[in-house]
Design a protein around this ligand. Structure first.
Ligand SMILES: *Cc1c(COP(=O)(O)O)cnc(C)c1O
Length: 387
């Protein structure tokens, strides 16, 4: 294997398009270009593809096709879930429960609802592993609570939340429950019945379909005010001509992710555990962030004492290894990410954060080479005491 091949360990940021997904979508970019709302033959072919995609996604989620809404990305799904629910029941209350470690798509939507629309937001704290306690959700519920939104698994530290328990509490109180499950496909079970969720966001490019297409699962009977108005597409919940090729790709990608999940998650977890054991044991001052067991099988996230995560990430990048950091300049901010800050860790320690997220193409050799490269980089940076 070429020594120059990039080792891509940033699958939590995005994944490459799987060849099988590309093959499935190409005819809809080339020949089958009709508008699925048109009644002529070309439109009807597109419409059949759209139905196939909707049925396929529904099956992957244990849902009905009428509960599947295609969107343009995970961020849009989160926005539609939050705004759609709270605006449809604004007369019943203006309180939202969420957590301190949500993706910006949820966090900043909540902040805007608070600042511009008078909503009150309870941001639940997390423990040092990044877990939300279901009992705290119960205690935060008020008569005017309109929505609970807690992510399934965190994109930075990989911690998996007790979604099914939170969902049961929400249901007891008859409050709609949304989960941002964008990191879950291919990693965790997705059955919306078992998870007790009313709304669930997914994004194609996190499971080997293209960027720019997403899904929102919306439980039958739940009222949702459309955020984007226009035509009657997507059961009237999301106007705009559907992006048929990308929707077909998303459905194929999701179905592969679900079918191959158990085997692939086991394989990746094995590699991931080797990476964690080796780094924590061989590098002084290297700590795992997130939950030791209840975490995404492909996520390894760390903090290193006395180094800047940004510098580690840059040196790895120069060595042909793509990773990411939740600290400092990555986001153009001077501070560690809001997720690391929520973990109650020394902010100086949080500056040394690094996330490695594995995927389908990750090999044992990738992991061994990453282990071999990382330790000298951390040592060198400490010697230079750039921090
Ligand atoms: C990537 C991601 C999103 C955003 O999805 P986009 O399709 O990139 O808009 C939302 N939530 C989580 C947890 C993510 O990892």
């Amino acid at each position: 294997m070429s020594q120059n091949r990039t080792i891509y360990l940033d699958h939590a940021a995005t994944t490459p398009v799987d060849g099988r997904v590309l093959d499935k979508m190409l005819p809809y970019l080339k020949d089958i270009y009709g508008n699925p709302s048109s009644s002529h033959r070309s439109g009807q072919r597109a419409s059949r593809a759209l139905s196939w995609a909707r049925n396929t996604v529904a099956e992957a989620l244990g849902a009905n096709p009428s509960e599947v809404v295609f969107t343009s990305c995970g961020t849009e799904s989160d926005n539609l879930a939050l705004r759609g629910v709270v605006f449809s029941r604004w007369a019943r209350g203006k309180h939202i429960i969420t957590s301190h470690i949500e993706h910006h798509a949820v966090e900043n939507t909540c902040l805007q609802l608070a600042e511009r629309f008078g909503y009150e937001i309870t941001f639940l704290p997390v423990d040092r592993y990044g877990r939300v306690a279901p009992e705290q959700v119960r205690e935060a519920i008020r008569p005017d609570t309109a929505l609970i939104s807690i992510m399934y698994a965190n994109n930075e530290i990989g911690t998996v939340q007790p979604i099914a328990d939170i969902g049961l509490i929400a249901r007891e109180h008859d409050i709609p429950f949304h989960t941002d499950a964008v990191q879950a496909p291919g990693q965790l079970p997705l059955d919306v019945g078992a998870l007790h969720v009313d709304l669930m966001s997914l994004s194609g490019h996190k499971f080997y379909a293209p960027k720019g297409v997403g899904v929102l699962y919306v439980r039958e009977g739940l009222d949702l005010l459309p955020v984007q108005t226009g035509g009657k597409q997507e059961h009237g919940l999301r106007a705009g001509t559907q992006n048929v090729p990308y929707i077909v790709a998303l459905a194929e990608g999701l179905s592969l992710a679900v079918d191959e999940r158990e085997e692939e998650a086991d394989r990746v977890r094995g590699l991931r555990d080797r990476l964690i054991d080796e780094l924590v044991n061989s590098i002084d001052g290297c700590h795992l962030t997130g939950h030791p067991r209840r975490r995404l099988p492909n996520n390894a996230s760390f903090v290193f004492e006395g180094v800047d995560g940004e510098a580690v990430q840059m040196h790895l990048s120069m060595a042909g290894i793509a990773t990411s950091t939740g600290s400092a300049c990555a986001s153009g901010e001077d501070e560690p990410s809001h997720v690391l800050r929520a973990l109650d860790m020394d902010p100086r320690l949080a500056q040394g954060s690094l996330r490695l997220s594995l995927g389908r193409a990750t090999t044992e050799d990738d992991i061994e080479r990453t282990i071999a490269k990382l330790s000298p980089i951390v040592e060198k940076l400490r010697d230079m005491s750039l921090f």
